[in-house]
Write a protein that binds this ligand. Sequence first.
Ligand code: WTA
Length: 651
Amino acid sequence: MSANTNIESVQREDRVFEPPPEFAAKAHIKSMAELEALRAEATSDPEGFWARLAESELHWFKKWDTVLKWEPPHAEWFVGGKTNISYNCLDRHLGTWRRNKAALIWEGEPGDTRTLTYQQMHTEVCRFANVLKRIGVEKGDRVALYLPLIPELAIAMLACARIGATHSVVFGGFSSTALVDRINDAQCKVVVTADGGWRRGNEVKLKPAVDEALKETPSVKSCIVVQRTKSKIHMESGRDHWWHELIETVDANCAAEELDSEQPLFILYTSGTTGKPKGILHTTGGYLLQAHLTTKWIFDIKDEDIYWCTADIGWVTGHSYVVYGPLSNGATALMYEGAPNWPEPDRFWDIIERHRVNILYTAPTAIRAFIKWGEQWPLKHDLSSLRLLGTVGEPINPEAWMWYHRIIGRERCPIVDTWWQTETGAIMITPLPGATPTKPGSATKPFPGIEADVMTRDGKPVGANEGGYLVIKKPWPAMLRTIYGDDERYREQYWSQIDGVYFAGDGARKDRDGYFWIMGRIDDVINVAGHRLGTAEIESALVSHEAVAEAAIVAKPDDLKGSAIVAFVTLEGGRVPTDELKEELRKHVTKEIGALARPDEIRFADALPKTRSGKIMRRLLREIATSGSVAGDVTTLEDFSVLEKLRTEEE
Ligand code: WTA
């Protein structure tokens, strides 16, 4: 997209759904008037607003001296304050009746279950924190967590938070090569993993991938292994230890460290426009406040609720809305290890019926899969326990929204469509379910205290219904603090694109009511099944194969996944394009990054279309992948015959 062109927006949607009165009557935020009052308070005195809530909602060992230190683009929140997230999520509930309340209800894919009360969670976390200390983990050290969706993942995160170590969760679907990059970037001292996990009836082995990775990660001194599948694995003596053996050797008490509000809590890698993933760094006090408050107000969590966020903890949604937000609120969170269609396409509805789940938070890509599998699956089940639905991860198309509303919510449950990012740490644009009238496909308006807008590339506000770039105009408590080890890239990517504001990288428009409609990524990042993937990262994986000379990745619309990945590949001289080679390249990407990045389609080309300055014109490739021809402007194209050939190959 060139510098000043605006983004075309064509979607129009007129349906409006008011919050059901019986829902609103019991909600934390009960009306538009109440919500507007909060917004007004936050607008007139943002620091006072956040400080009031930090004081009433969280535990502090020592109160802060300064609410916000803002030296653009660096923010520090609650400076001088001392707190601990593990204490806020566990210890503070132990002195109340919640001590015996379920913190986590977990279900494994094979059907095994575990329930951990707050007291039990506390014991497990203390033990594992003592294990970390015993193997030499100190405050500030980085610990990589490469695990299936099992309680030990949440326990390990809280144990790190307890002693001030920084966790870096690496999604279990990533390959060992991706793990190597992430471990080395953060210089992790310890890796916590498992023998494997279950997915669609198969074991997904993790330890062999770790063994492979640890050959190239000199910083790692120890590896702790959870026994989940009991398959046979290699244990390297002196380096590898069993989780269940280590926790027997330590005490069940471990005091939570009094940490600075700005103590680093976690690094989470996400895709950017270059091949190298960005280590998004989040810290303690501000992150916890916003994760806590958004969970409370947006999911309207009550003590008697069972709340289920279906995200894997390997993504930011799992960090903020499976672990930290719910536990800080003393809620009961459900966690399910496996696939939604195992053993049948009604596993989610079966879980909701059996556990009487009240709040469901999932992704549009899952909803589209459910639509495809057929409404007979949810209709077989009693879903009357549900009272609130949520979505996140990508724009939800109005038809999927309506299906979710009718078939899952049975026209009774409000839907919260929540916009945010790994970088924002917590939800930013969202309805509050007892207050905000919703429109299918719109994330509605910013959360109180968040100042979002839509601008042109040169920083001018756009008019109603005009497309533009989504920006945030003021620092917020859960914002990323930097890109780990690359502050220059942090400045450049987020704070230098448009002067003085945070640049989200999404296109958006606001309608006449001020509702935000997110139009998706505008950079070279694609969103496949709710997972952000950098095109450059997949391209460099392809080029690392000896047969490939050059590669360009584009997304094309896909009914199910939102986007499908199409790879245009030119081969080294002498290599013959064959179907076997296509398959080999798909496998190669799986090995380099993971199955989530595997191209859906590979097209061989003699050459790729380039500008005179040598940039690949992905826009043209996108058009070819989507419609088979090019209608857009080609005046900057260097060699027209390339396009001709690509089109002929298409036929
Ligand atoms: C997209 C996930 C439209 C968006 C929490 C954003 C959305 C990227 C929505 C962040 C939504 C997330 N409507 N688009 N409700 N939520 N997105 O870092 O493009 O994995 O920039 O964080 O997902 O993805 P990430």
